[in-house]
Design a protein. Structure first.
Length: 180
């Protein structure tokens, strides 16, 4: 008969491993889950394609169609038609600053400097810091030969939107205003 005693696993030797397993299980259960990415927003419906010579939409068309059509007409250089479109769009949403700026740009292009100034000023009443409205108002004053007013708006753009294409154009125009 053997005198050897079977000692089995000592409880004290297992305790650290058991404790580590319990801590890991609790930590895993309480670990915050990474947030799920929000679902991708639905893409807006594609804007209707306008062919050269296209006209404005029907009066009952949604605002987005009026804006798209007016922008297209402006891009084609059909400023009078674009002004009509922007005017209708502004009847639908008079708080849309971009519409005031775009209509003002079309008015300037047709030589209606007073109308352009009014549109840019309206945009600035809605958002006094709007660099594009300031730049375009500066262009109106530059076109009229009112250098001090043009400088005021061009300097605003340079300071409010440094490094932008508008700021670069404003710097160029300021240098022309300073030339003898």
């Amino acid at each position: 008969m053997s005198t050897r005693v079977h000692r089995g696993v000592r409880p004290l030797a297992v305790a650290p491993w058991l404790l580590a397993g319990v801590v890991a299980a609790v930590a895993y259960a309480l670990w915050p889950q990474s947030p799920q990415a929000p679902p991708a927003p639905e893409a807006p419906p594609p804007a209707p394609v306008l062919l050269p010579g296209a006209t404005l939409p029907d009066a009952s068309a949604p605002l987005e169609q009026w804006i798209h059509a007016s922008n297209h007409l402006m891009d084609e250089g059909r400023y009078d038609a674009a002004i009509q479109g922007y005017t209708h769009a502004l009847d639908l949403d008079s708080q849309n600053i971009a519409l005031w700026v775009d209509r003002g740009a079309c008015r300037h292009a047709t030589g209606d400097l007073e109308g352009a100034e009014g549109d840019f000023r309206r945009a600035l009443r809605l958002l006094p810091e709007h660099p594009t409205a300031h730049f375009n108002l500066g262009i109106v004053f530059y076109s009229r030969g009112i250098a001090d007013s043009a400088r005021l708006h061009f300097n605003f753009v340079v300071n409010a939107a440094p490094g932008t294409p508008e700021a670069q154009r404003a710097i160029s125009l300021l240098s022309l205003l300073s030339a003898p």
